[in-house]
Write a protein that binds this ligand. Sequence first.
Ligand code: BG6
Length: 332
Amino acid sequence: MLGVQALGRQRECQTERRFPKALTPSMVNTDATDLDRQFAIDSTVRVFDAAASYPIIEVTNAHSTASIALHGGQVLAFQPRGQDPVLWLSKDAIYREGKSVRGGIPVCWPWFGVHPDPALPAHGFVRNRFWQLTSTAQLDDGGTEVVLFTEDDEQSHALWPYSFQLQLRVRIGTTLSLALTMINTSTERVQITTALHSYFDVADIGKTTVAGLDSVEYIDTLQNHRRIRQHGLIRFDAELDRIYQQTQGIERVQDALRQRTIRLQKQRSESTVVWNPWIDKSARMTDFEKEGHRRMLCVETAKVGADLISLEAGESYTFGVDMSLETLCPTV
Ligand code: BG6
């Protein structure tokens, strides 16, 4: 049941009703050669098949390199020049339609987590389908923008009976910025839970902490969804799977070995999921590289729990995150 405060927040939804027609191509184009012809920009943007019929948009600009899969609108890599990768990508990831890649930033939508109906996929369905590339552009500051789009169709109606449009805007500069906009194009109210399920690359999980969630209450999904208050930094020495609630500040992944921090500045997301599967759970995932749990953690910009999105017919909502690197100054 939603509280009054939560409902108030959702009324802030923007009023735009649909994306302009030009931005909503009617057919998903997965032909990498054709996409490259339409969207390549000099030496900055190219589109190619990373696996059979699996187009990747690769960006190389003055600030960083990045790659984004058409499948799932999933950012796979982001690496500012002279730095180690920011995003973790499993060496055993599987690149095929219908399967979300293990790593990068899967888009979980329109539900987060396991669905009560076991026949439906975990974390929604948009991470398991090809999206449409809508535009690529060079920005004045030397950055690059890539926009992807997906909407309801017969397949989505079999899983979720509503009409929608979904757009992911990715900006690649010294900062990686993601903004996910959803429009309820159906005639009824819909409720959505969602996350930008970001996997971060760290040198050693034992020497990594997450700052910025001190005193915040979380739901521990490994302890019967008990509510617990965080004290100080988050440390990792076992499986961890938590939904932090009413998160509004800046979060930092502090990598002591690399002496760097990944700074996460969220927009219009008041929940954060922190996850590391540790040894046994990661061993059960065939696409999770051996010992990978030591090199990653997820800090997910979310809209889950009491922070869910409720959209009346025609309403839209945008949330997102900016990710950037800083030199590590330990925080407590
Ligand atoms: C996290 C959840 O967001 O995603 C975990 O909190 C889940 O419970 C993990 O195991 C990975 O999910 P999946 O479906 O990509 O294996």
